[in-house]
Design a protein around this ligand. Structure first.
Ligand code: PAF
Length: 269
């Protein structure tokens, strides 16, 4: 595994690779990232993973500062996975003239998480676009856990880059059902049990909800019994209608965002 900080050096190493896989991350590599990386390794000649904590996409300064920074551990995981290149750019390399606040993205950015995190998805698409221009990959990998991110990026990429495929990867869950995320590290034991119960409630209610045998209010009441701090949203949406046609067989998902203490969790089931 080559660790590269300079974009020109990276470009010179990968420019002739016609089947390059790219997994963008903000580090704190977990099983979810690892499944994206394994998929890239299985589908591509070479795999580039980036670690870059993209400040503009954080709505609160404190969230940016709290974001786990565990580079040594990440490097050792990525070495074991045998990726080809780890790209660790500086902010100056990514934003020589600052972020692009005027980037145009799908209207869907205003819903779900976007409603509560103004500008977040614009900043995510901006940074991903910058990485694509540097790396020029054939495939780029995103997890379905962040379904709204995946949909918005897919739409952007499909409109702008003809030869780049966005590869969606299934959500990886712990044994207790909780979707894997770096934020899970911030949960207490009790909160982890509650997150697992909430997952089970949603999973068991899914088909009744879709078939309108029960309604969202009923589910909300059940979840609120755990004394959780706040449900930001809970909605059943047909993912094919969110943006453009999608590949999933399970069209409907329950989308949820809620707070356990100070930790904001999202999922779609
Ligand atoms: O999903 C993430 O970790 C980030 O939003 C991404 C795609 C790496 C952009 O900073």
């Amino acid at each position: 595994m080559k660790i590269i900080k300079d974009k020109n050096k990276l470009r010179s190493l990968i420019q002739n690779d016609k089947n390059l896989g790219f997994v963008p991350t903000m580090g704190a590599i977990h099983n979810g990232h690892m499944s994206l990386i394994r998929k890239s390794i299985s589908q591509c000649n070479n795999t580039v993973v980036s670690i870059f904590i993209n400040k503009p996409q954080f709505n609160k300064k404190s969230d940016f500062h709290k974001y786990p920074r565990v580079l040594k551990k990440d490097i050792s995981i990525l070495k074991k996975l045998k990726i080809d290149y780890l790209y660790l750019p500086t902010t100056k390399q990514i934003y020589p003239d600052g972020p692009n606040k005027k980037i145009k993205i799908n209207r869907f950015e205003k819903k779900l998480c976007g409603k509560h995190r103004p500008g977040h998805f614009k900043s995510v698409v901006d940074v991903v676009d910058r990485f694509i221009k540097i790396i020029n990959p054939k495939r780029i990998y995103f997890g379905e856990k962040d379904m709204q991110q995946l949909k918005i990026i897919s739409d952007y990429v499909n409109n702008k880059y003809r030869n780049l495929k966005v590869v969606p990867c299934k959500t990886v869950r712990s044994k207790n059902g909780v979707a894997i995320s770096s934020r899970n590290l911030l949960l207490s034991k009790k909160e982890t049990i509650i997150a697992s119960r909430i997952y089970n409630i949603l999973k068991n209610a899914k088909y009744k909800l879709i078939n309108k045998k029960i309604n969202i209010n009923y589910i909300e009441k059940q979840i609120n019994k755990f004394n959780i701090k706040k449900i930001e949203y809970i909605k059943v949406l047909d993912i094919n209608k969110l943006i453009k046609p999608h590949y999933s067989k399970n069209k409907y998902r329950i989308f949820i965002s809620y707070y356990l203490g100070k930790t904001r969790l999202i999922d779609n089931i």
